[in-house]
Write a protein that binds this ligand. Sequence first.
Ligand code: HEM
Length: 322
Amino acid sequence: MAFSKRLVLAMIFTVFVIAKPSEAALNAHYYDRSCPAAEKVILETVKKAILHDPKVHARLLRMFFHDCFIRGCDASILLDSTKSNQAEKDGPPNISVRSFYVIDNAKTKLEKVCPRTVSCADVIAIAARDVVTLSGGPYWSVLKGRKDGRMSRANETINLPGPTFNVSQLIQSFAARGLSVKDMVTLSGGHTIGFSHCSSFEARLHNFSKFHDIDPSMNFAFAQSLKKKCPISNNRGKNAGTFLDSTTSVFDNDYYKQILSRKGVFGSDQALLGDYRTRWIVETYARDQKAFFREFATSMVKLGNFGVKETGEVRVNPRFVN
Ligand code: HEM
């Protein structure tokens, strides 16, 4: 009797430990009955936006990453600042995360078809998957059922990883969100699409250190080409910068090939080659795009599970709490 009691207790404990609450709530079929058109509505909205603005791909993918890394995937990145509170979207690393209007448009349509049903956090997760697939990358089934948060603080954006991070810092930052070294290298592959402003990498090009003007881990010819794009002058445009790999609108494994050629744009990208814990993963993905695609899908699902709220609200307007 005592044994079976202990067994039951052990089983309860095991279920409790393995099934983290955030993961238990999410489900691929969450809206099958309550809003069967949800994914179609979001896909059509994303497709329409991309027709007019090719930057939307990269911005929506980055939006998902930043949303999940601060307070978990709860759409806190969508809330507008108020008189008394500066919100995440106005924190320094998020100033270049735009295209919020795409989520607004999708939500407006969803509120007509199935009011107060689909959370903004789920809309971001689905849109992020859609932009990857539409750019030639993998498709995966998005787990849904997130609820939206009610708080958003600009000063918390300081917790996002920075482009000057070394591998240990990157590992630590991802581990704090339940993500492994492999997840970190895999998700960094998000830099296969999109653009960076000079400010994010120019410290590698001028007065890098006491001994080197240019970051020695950077290919010399590549550094010269970036220097031309980012001259030290007051009159360079505010949009000056570079694409993150040579096939910027295509989701492929070119990012990893660039790193092997020492043409990673950020210090944090290039650092992945210089550390034994991450180098083998870069090499694997550079020669095997299928492996990268498979792992990217898996890591995106994992990222999407982080800090998910099971209870809370389904925001009606992405920009304001209900
Ligand atoms: C590993 C740590 C990471 C660091 C340090 C980092 C840093 C950055 C920086 C500095 C930019 C350029 C911002 C600008 O100057 O406009 C950028 C762009 C971008 N990042 Fe990351 N990032 C990281 C991981 C990720 C992940 C995990 C994803 C998605 C899965 C991602 C997706 C993107 C995309 C798509 C862009 C291009 C945005 C655009 O074109 O508007 N990044 N990242």
